[in-house]
Design a protein around this ligand. Structure first.
Ligand SMILES: [Fe+2]
Length: 201
């Protein structure tokens, strides 16, 4: 038995969040489409209007990964709709410390519709076995943050039309729409694990 059993599994969260410069682009010129995790070049071939958006998103991703996938969500909200599948504080991707996924996202939409990121750095222990089910992941997020996962007082809403880079170790949350309206959300994902799916466009 070692006298000192040092655990090196402590992780600092929300260190990689970085905002780029606001894009001056007419959102009406962008396609109102919804495509999930498709190869970037396939989308740009059909929708070249997205080129400046993709360029801005790749500028806030500091690493190269095996796969680069693009998702676009054009959404129409009724009041109280959730803006994405998880409106609690959560992490995207596989939480793999050896090769974290990196993302760039941008929201075009009114206040209250845009993604929130956690304000401060959070330190928490990574479990030996990474949680993979939605329930076990949520239980881990709850333990790491130790407060209500819907509590927005710990976060800030990203500015309109501004690219934000983050990693799989950065807490963020979707929103509950305060009123009806529309949003265009684009996310570029660089990952060694999440392979984009080719689709017919
Ligand atoms: Fe997310």
């Amino acid at each position: 038995m070692p006298l000192l059993n040092l655990k090196l599994s402590n992780m600092l969260f929300n260190q990689a969040v970085r905002a780029g410069e606001a894009l001056h682009i007419d959102v009406a010129s962008l396609p109102r489409i919804t495509i999930k995790n498709a190869p970037v070049m396939d989308i740009l071939r059909v929708y070249p209007q997205l080129e400046p958006v993709v360029a801005a998103l790749s500028n806030v991703i500091p690493v190269q990964r095996k796969y680069l996938g693009l998702s676009v969500w054009s959404q129409v909200f009724e009041p109280m709709d959730t803006t994405c599948s998880d409106d609690g504080w959560h992490l995207d991707g596989r939480m793999n410390p050896d090769s974290p996924d990196y993302y760039g996202l941008i929201c075009f939409g009114a206040d209250g519709f845009r993604t929130m990121f956690y304000k401060g750095v959070v330190s928490a222990e990574l479990p030996d076995t990474l949680p993979t089910t939605p329930e076990s992941r949520r239980a881990y997020f709850q333990k790491a943050l130790a407060h209500d996962l819907s509590d927005e007082s710990f976060g800030f809403e990203i500015p309109n039309a501004t690219p934000v880079g983050y990693s799989t170790f950065d807490f963020h949350k979707g929103r509950v729409a305060p009123q009806g309206g529309t949003r265009l959300f684009v996310r570029l994902a660089a990952s060694d694990f999440i392979r984009p799916k080719r689709i017919r466009l």
